[in-house]
Write a protein of this length. Sequence first.
Length: 263
Amino acid sequence: MGNSVIDNWMSLAAPAVLLGVGMVALIEVGRQLGLRRIRRIPAGQQSGVGAVEGAVFALFGLLIAFTFSGAGSRFDARRALVTEEANAIGTAWLRLELLPLSAQPDLRALFRNYLDSRLETYRLLPDVAAARQELTRSVELQGQIWKKAVAAVRESSTTMAGMLLLPALNQMIDITTTRTMATQMHPPTVVFLMLGALALMSALLAGHGMASGRERSWVHVLCFATIIAATVYVIVDMEYPRFGMIRVDAVDQVLKDLRQSMN
């Protein structure tokens, strides 16, 4: 598990590292272009580029803010859904008490297996194929729980069991689809491509603007490239919280505690 996390962290960090290296290179390219322009055009006649640079940097900042805010919101939503699922399963588990005693043992055993399967589904990530296979097993267990619960409700001497248990089971099943879709909700790929392209273009323009200095300021160059690359990495990492270093695994403890209470 540890090696898998490190491998996937490296797969997410590699594009950010390449972006940082590319930005350093383009800052130098921009500086060389700026020096050539200064040699050709007198300083007093160099005008009109500030508006373009300002527009590009403003657009880049807006896109950074948009993607960072969206990634943070989706990260919080995914954590909240784990708690919602725990509440839904816990409620349905408690309402099994309304069923005839003869029907409860089988359903409780299915509930334990089902919760184990739900935990395993997300533990297997980032192995998507294995997680999908386990998700299929969870869906099969849902069908078994539903059929046995309906049969038990029909045998019950009161309508209260059906009125309270079946809606709880329905909510427990629905949250599965909600969590699955939340895992797959990300901005379009073109947004990330545009973010990288604007970062590189900003680096080129920043280097061009630094040409007026007598010497390179490597502190500014490296800080600029590192901060932008790190920000882009954090955005991508939050978008895939089961793959990198920023993870929602800790929130799964609420499901583990619920499973422990079922013993």
